[in-house]
Design a protein around this ligand. Structure first.
Ligand SMILES: [Zn+2]
Length: 577
């Protein structure tokens, strides 16, 4: 275990060791000389090849016993037998590994449900190939109904140029079509969509956005950042029943990826209402720590209060607000301190200027909410850290304010995360997805503070991992793989990209468990396997090792709040040859 990890673990669990309120029931003191009372039977006992507890006092165990929503025992298989009663479900999983429930610290669960229901053009190798997917979707819906989708990436296409509306017009002339880029920061529309949105040659670029145009000044069909609203505002809203179906689809997908919880980054009040109804009815199978989307809701925050969840057992908690300081690197919307190396005429866009960010941070802090701000470029990261600092000493730390992505950070600003107590919420798979083209955007000199997970951790910052699904695949094992190898799925580059920024396995695991628990005020309740903690558990088909085997490690079983959310996979009994 590295010193950095040990320090992080101690800072995460120090409050417990120092005797803060223990979540478990007080243990009865044994009477000297009397035989020990057998403990009350557990509801569930799991024995496995290894239990990785992430508890620095006893990092490895063999078995876990669960009573109700909480862990009643962690230790040896023999010790767990005392918890087996007539009604106890006993699950024996030799060779498997139990870890604390994996939590995606930055995801879009509702967005995943939407993505699962809408045509995906992800991975398409040309604009025409993407348009062919749209043509297929158009056959299944009435004329005039919107076709929305996402996933295109012109960097995968011949010439790597942004597309025009023409291929989409050919594919679906009578359906308005609006497709988000894979990073969510650009929209590709057809002529019908632009007509429906009333966009013609006279349309103005909105603040924080750009309409791409041809040589004659006609919009080409691609809208960057806030200009996407010009089209998307015309798409009819989804009714609650559709939202519910999408949330549940997204949750099933997340569970099958081994997740017990997600931090839902930016949803509207209509989606919040659907989440609340699902949680109240006991129908939400995964824990959701949610953030309201958008600067438009800040004034109204004063009239509402963040949800409280002292026990750490709520399935849905709304406690934060998500804002955007800039766009993404792929579409050159990330705000950089110096111009793009591969397009010197631009240094990206700040979606909120420094005053707006400072004002927003104050409004959110005064209302007692947690602020999470998307910042990709080094200029955006600096502006957000400045806004946090302007709140006064200790304020951002006390409210656990977060920077989402913290992707390109000036080396001068790197120590400020720890100094301000700002959480760095980063996505290891973004590093391996972006590595083929990020150096061209940034130039070698700026790479030093880019995707710098090891540097952030070593600086003392709290580092939370997520996937940003559906931007990336939901599997946290892919994130752990990217963080520990810094390689893509084909093992490139040899030795890893910027290998000095690799984490070790325990550090990566911590960033998907205890660290998101801290970011959700649940570090005394969730994020490790210890007696009294909430029984959120992920069981993997084999123990983790820091190599390619991570990506095809099966998810064996998922337990959320003591409830088996995904049953163990059926196994053929071992047979003698
Ligand atoms: Zn996101």
């Amino acid at each position: 275990m590295s010193n950095v990890l040990r320090a992080t673990l101690l800072s995460l669990f120090g409050s417990l060791v120092l005797g803060c309120a223990s979540p478990g029931p007080p243990a009865a003191a044994p009477t000297p000389g009397a035989p020990a009372e057998p403990p009350a039977p557990a509801d569930l006992v799991i024995t496995a090849g290894v239990v990785r507890t992430l508890d620095p006092r006893s990092p490895r165990a063999e078995a876990v016993a669960v009573r109700g929503e909480r862990i009643a025992f962690v230790g040896s298989a023999a010790g767990a037998r005392a918890f087996v009663g007539p009604a106890t479900r006993v699950v024996e999983l030799p060779g498997r590994a139990v870890v604390p429930g994996l939590v995606d610290g930055h995801a879009h669960l509702y967005g995943l449900g939407v993505a699962l229901e809408t045509p995906s053009v992800r991975g398409a190798r040309s604009a025409e190939a993407a348009a062919a997917v749209v043509a297929e979707a158009a056959k299944a819906r009435p004329r005039g109904e919107w076709i929305t989708g996402r996933g295109w990436d012109q960097n995968l296409w011949p010439g790597a140029a942004f597309p025009t509306h023409a291929p989409l017009d050919a594919a679906a002339p009578e359906h308005p079509v609006a497709l988000r880029r894979v990073d969510g920061h650009a929209l590709w529309a057809n002529a019908a969509a632009m007509r429906a949105a009333g966009i013609g040659r006279g349309a103005q670029d909105p603040p924080g956005g750009r309409i791409l145009r041809d040589a004659a000044g006609e919009p080409t069909g691609v809208f960057i950042d806030s200009a996407m609203d010009l089209v998307e505002a015309k798409i009819p809203a989804d009714p609650p029943a559709v939202r519910e179906r999408r949330i549940l689809r997204g949750a099933e997908e997340a569970l099958s990826s081994g997740l017990t919880g997600v931090h839902e980054m930016g949803i509207d009040d209509e989606t919040v209402a659907v989440y609340r109804a699902l949680a109240a009815a006991g129908r939400l199978p995964i824990r959701v720590h949610a953030y309201l989307a958008g600067a438009g809701r800040l004034e109204g925050l004063r009239e509402r209060a963040p949800d409280a969840d002292a026990a750490g057992t709520a399935m849905f908690v709304l406690r934060g607000v998500k804002l955007f300081a800039d766009g993404a690197l792929g579409s050159r919307g990330a705000a950089l301190l110096e111009p793009y190396a591969d397009e010197p005429s631009t240094s990206g866009l700040l979606l909120m200027d420094r005053e707006a960010l400072a004002r927003a941070a104050r409004l959110v802090a005064d209302a007692g909410f947690q602020l999470a701000v998307h910042a990709i470029g080094d200029r955006a990261n600096r502006a957000v850290l400045d806004a946090f600092e302007a709140l006064g000493p200790g304020r951002a730390a006390a409210l656990r304010f977060r920077v989402e992505h913290a992707q390109i950070v000036s080396p001068d600003d790197l120590p400020r995360f720890a100094a301000l107590g700002a959480i760095a919420s980063v996505q290891p798979t973004h590093a391996t997805s972006d590595m083929p083209w990020a150096p061209a955007r940034l130039g070698a000199h700026r790479l030093r503070g880019a995707y710098a997970f090891r540097s952030l951790l070593a600086s003392g910052a709290r580092v939370v991992f997520g996937s940003d699904f559906p931007v990336e695949e939901p599997s946290p094992l892919l994130g752990i793989h990217a963080a520990v190898t810094r390689q893509d799925l084909s093992g490139q580059p040899p030795g890893g990209w910027m290998p000095e920024e690799r984490l070790d396995l325990d550090e990566a695991l911590l960033a998907f468990t205890a660290a998101p628990a801290y970011a959700a005020w649940a570090e005394g309740q969730r994020g490790r396997i210890a007696e009294g903690f909430v029984a959120d558990l992920t069981v993997l088909g084999r123990d983790l090792s820091p190599d390619r085997s991570l990506v095809d490690t099966p998810i064996e079983m998922v337990v959320v709040g003591g409830r088996v959310a995904r049953a163990p996979r059926p196994h053929r009994a071992a047979r003698a040859p």
